[in-house]
Write a protein that binds this ligand. Structure first.
Ligand code: PXG
Ligand code: PLP
Length: 441
């Protein structure tokens, strides 16, 4: 069955929706049919303030004219070109722009189509890097509890969210996990929490258990997004860098959310002043508009591969759409928009106002924690006994009804607006949430 009107499909059954309670959704659908700037338009014609930048990805806001134009022009000029043993100019141009935006130590860019693929690619590069250097016993990967690294097998193996793992068999062998850093004593911290630096020392315990010469890489999100905004204690990421460097272990920052200005700096690595060996990114790379991800590496990682005969493929890895022309053109226009409109600086300037507004929700019914950094905010609610997730989901529904889009994971409300947000929007977002929380059962 099909329908002439895309805003009112009459058959929702064929599309098996991702990370969605399909039957619940289809019995009361929430459809978005258009978007511009800070707002979505719902199927019933209402303006919905985007408090989440889509899914943490539309950092430059919606229907950005430069991005729209770049997509249109590129579709006319070169729609697709083979990615293996062939090139096209825009992929090289975007890689250079991305290198220039990334921390100084980053020199090379491998293109993927999503954050999940960026993670698989980074893990494979880490394993092959050690092997290329004659260090092939380094096969173990270390992730972290509550970590989210996408949904493919490598990512869910190093990831630490139980429902994303337990249904899917035995996962990758040889993976261990650091403890997460969500501590009750840090509740209502503003910005980075004070307690928990010692949790980084668990890496020393894991190294002592397995032997450093069996460990290839540690992967962490500088700030965990999906699990409900979990911040690193002060000094924690620096300590992970010290320990990994001491033991010849690669450090991967998964910056799918923290990349492209979310913290008020180009990358989390810049914000924290910690330089990983690899960075994974996606989402904001193309403003969420065309799927694309990337893995950024240091010269040392890349150069370890550039050793054998020149006619031999150095890395047996790649995707049909790695560096796709339309995605690359979109990425170029997106990075130019960030730079020319000063959006990362804007995020940094707005962060204190954001923090103030968010923490003004303290004391409202059921609120047990509030966390923030850059333009990320989370409000954690006490779950309804026996009905986890129900309370936060009701808040989400009520906010949507009142014209504001928030996101929930468990009983945590997460917010991450486009970086073009104005103070009036911040007031509207938290004002609406305040009204909703006051009345929530
Ligand atoms: N790593 C991190 C740190 C992420 O946040 C991925 C990898 C996977 O990216 P793709 O493009 O394969 O989805 C992500 C994605 C949420 C939410 O509700 C978060 C993500 C995706 C969708 C929803 O918090 N993060
Ligand atoms: N499966 C089959 C049968 C393929 O031929 C290919 C690519 O050629 C893939 C999977 C991988 O697809 P992609 O390169 O889009 O990740």
């Amino acid at each position: 069955m099909s329908s002439d009107s895309p805003s009112a499909p009459n058959d929702l059954s064929a599309f098996w929706m991702p990370f969605t309670a399909n039957r619940q959704f289809k019995s009361a659908p929430r459809m978005l049919v258009a978007a511009e700037g800070m707002h979505y338009t719902s199927a019933d014609g209402r303006q919905i303030l985007d408090g989440t930048a889509g899914l943490w990805c539309c950092n430059a806001g919606h229907k950005q004219p430069r991005i729209v134009e770049a997509i249109q022009k590129q579709a006319e000029e070169l729609d697709y070109a083979p990615a293996f043993q062939m090139g096209h100019p825009k992929a090289f141009e975007l890689a250079t722009k991305l290198r220039d935006m990334a921390p100084d130590t980053i020199e090379h860019v491998f293109f993927t189509n999503s954050g999940s693929e960026s993670v698989e690619t980074a893990l494979k590069i880490a394993l092959a890097y050690h092997r290329a250097r004659g260090d092939g016993t380094r096969t173990r990967l270390i992730g972290r509890e509550k970590g989210y690294h996408g949904v493919n097998f490598g990512g869910i193996s190093v990831g630490g969210i139980v429902s994303n793992r337990k249904f899917f068999g035995t996962l990758l062998a040889g993976v261990d996990h650091l403890p997460h850093t969500l501590l009750p004593e840090n509740a209502f911290s503003r910005g980075l929490p004070e307690f928990g630096l010692d949790l980084a020392e668990d890496l020393e315990r894991i190294i002592a258990l397995h032997g450093a010469d069996t460990i290839a890489a540690v992967i962490v999100e500088p700030v965990s997004g999906s699990a409900g905004v979990i911040l690193p204690p002060r000094g924690y990421l620096q300590r992970l860098r010290e320990i990994t460097s001491q033991h010849g272990i690669l450090l991967i920052f998964d910056e799918v959310i923290t990349g492209f200005g979310r913290l008020g700096a180009p990358f989390g690595a810049d914000y924290f002043g910690v330089t990983p060996d690899l960075i994974t990114c996606a989402k904001g790379l193309t403003n969420g508009t065309i799927p694309m991800g990337a893995v950024l590496t240091t010269a040392a990682v890349h150069d370890a591969f550039m050793q054998g005969p020149e006619n031999v493929i150095e890395l047996f890895h790649g995707y049909t759409y790695s560096g796709n022309p339309i995605a690359a053109a979109t990425g170029i226009a997106t990075l130019e928009t960030y730079r020319e409109d000063g959006l990362f600086e804007r995020a940094a300037e707005l962060a204190p106002y954001w923090e103030e507004g968010l923490h003004s929700l303290r004391g409202l019914p059921h609120v047990i924690d509030i966390r923030n950094l850059g333009l990320i905010g989370a409000v954690e609610l006490e779950p309804i006994p026996g009905k986890p997730t129900a309370r936060a989901f009701q808040a989400f529904l009520d906010c949507f009804e009142k014209g504001v889009l928030i996101r929930t994971t468990g009983d945590i409300i997460a917010m991450s607006p486009p970086l073009i947000i104005e103070k009036e929007h911040i007031d509207q977002l938290f004002g609406t949430l305040r009204d909703v929380l006051k009345k929530l059962a």
